[in-house]
Design a protein around this ligand. Structure first.
Ligand SMILES: Cc1cc2nc3c(=O)[nH]c(=O)nc-3n(C[C@H](O)[C@H](O)[C@H](O)COP(=O)(O)OP(=O)(O)OC[C@H]3O[C@@H](n4cnc5c(N)ncnc54)[C@H](O)[C@@H]3O)c2cc1C
Length: 387
């Protein structure tokens, strides 16, 4: 009998620093997150109490180097994503919002901008958010309407953002807007700011412990020095999108691993018709499918991260990986829910949280449809979604 989901022994290929990062995040999740997370989930409340522990892991900033950032390998950054998602999808998206703000500054900011904001974000003394999506523009984010008008030595921002993780309490929000030349720009809004209003999104069925906001910007002034220097075109954002998409693939793996392990434990312990559920062929077929899907997901994540380390990963590769891992993880989570029967719907058995959260993952960082269209464009040379 094997309860390990690492069928192809990929853990053997981890470097010692990568293993150490994975182990310390897992230990934190097992000891500090899992015992308390269901209560926060039921109340749909963010567990601020976990932030100092998360900060102590020294993983904020991931593969960014310098200015207090940990300089992890892309694969280690992925392992952090997987471990947090294994514990809770809401906690993971809290970390995503913070990380996307850091990556925006780290990959697209000037040396002064990095030195100004990254040390406190890496220490998690300040929390970041990433404001791209708008009420009218989700998948077609490149059509966003938020405006940045030059005014003296700064800019004035007007517009609205939706689904912004950490938006209700972040110390800084990277707001994406168009300038008067219709060029995209990333503007660091430090809160509180006059004209900046963040209303919590209520009634969420997924990622419940994370705080998402609808943000309204009414004449919000930011100094010119807060415009990210290298974020001058959509193409310039490619390294950011690549990193974010890589991480979401590992996140999908984390959800699937957690659910596989919980389902296997349940199937071995629960008896019906005089024997463990695990002894029935139909249940074994599910477990076999789950394990082989997880193995395929892990291989894809692994290779994508190593290619990224070599500077050879591309957006279509990341789209294929997101499409594949999100789809497979969704099925693994669904099978786990089924194997647990009614128990699979109770928060205390954990699978229910993953079941809800995997729906969010299926949608964010580019929906399943959008990943298909990006890959389709790569295959055919024809864009099916350009305006
Ligand atoms: C939990 C969560 C956290 C998030 N966090 C953030 C955040 O921190 N910051 C941020 O900026 N955004 C965030 N988002 C927003 C996220 O990026 C968007 O939800 C996502 O881009 C999809 O946009 P949408 O929800 O507006 O769906 P839409 O774009 O309206 O899509 C609806 C449906 O239509 C399909 N569709 C759209 N266009 C096409 C097409 N051309 N062809 C075929 N089908 C199409 C989509 O695949 C989808 O199934 C978050 C979302 C969630 C759920």
């Amino acid at each position: 009998m094997s309860t390990e989901s690492d069928l192809f022994l990929l853990d053997e290929l981890l470097t010692e620093p990568e293993r150490a990062v994975r182990d310390r995040v897992r230990e934190f999740c097992d000891k500090d997150v899992l015992p308390i997370i269901n209560d926060y989930w039921e109340r749909a409340e963010f567990p601020f109490t976990l932030v100092p522990g998360l900060a102590g892991l020294k993983v904020a900033g991931g593969a960014l180097e310098g200015d207090g950032c940990p300089g992890l390998s892309p694969l280690a950054e992925g392992l952090v994503a997987a471990e947090l998602a294994r514990a809770d999808g809401g906690l993971r998206v809290f970390f995503v919002g913070h990380s996307l703000a850091m990556m925006s500054i780290g990959l697209l900011g000037s040396a002064e901008q990095r030195a100004r904001w990254l040390p406190s974000l890496a220490a998690m003394d300040e929390i970041g958010a990433f404001g791209m999506t708008e009420p009218g523009h989700g998948s077609d984010a490149s059509s966003l309407q938020t405006r940045a008008r030059r005014d003296g030595d700064g800019y004035v921002l007007d517009g609205a953002k939706r689904w912004i993780g950490n938006g209700t309490f972040a110390d800084l929000v990277v707001v994406w807007a168009r300038d008067e030349d219709d060029k995209i720009g990333g503007f660091v809004v430090e809160t509180p700011a006059e004209g900046f209003d963040a209303e919590p999104l209520r009634g969420k069925t997924a990622c419940r412990v994370a705080a998402h906001a609808q943000i309204t910007l009414t004449g919000v002034r930011v100094p010119a020095a807060n415009r990210l220097e290298a974020a001058t075109s959509w193409r310039a954002l490619t390294p950011l999108m690549l990193r974010a998409r890589q991480d979401v693939c590992w996140e999908a793996l984390g959800h699937a691993e957690a659910c596989y392990e919980l389902a296997l434990e349940h199937a071995l312990a629960r008896e019906q018709f005089g024997r463990p559920l695990a002894g029935f062929q139909l249940v074994q077929a599910k477990l076999a499918r789950m394990l082989s899907d997880i193995t395929a997901m892990r291989l894809m994540c692994w290779r994508l991260s190593r290619l990224e380390e070599q500077g050879a990963a591309t957006l279509p590769m990341a789209s294929a990986a997101k499409m594949q891992t999100a789809g497979a993880a969704r099925q693994v989570v669904l099978d786990a829910r089924e194997i647990l029967g009614g128990e699979g719907l109770l928060a205390e058995r954990h699978v229910a949280r993953h079941h809800a959260d995997i729906e969010a993952l299926y949608t964010y960082e580019g929906t399943q449809d959008i990943q298909k269209l990006i890959l389709g464009r790569e295959i055919t040379g024809l864009s099916a979604f350009a305006r």
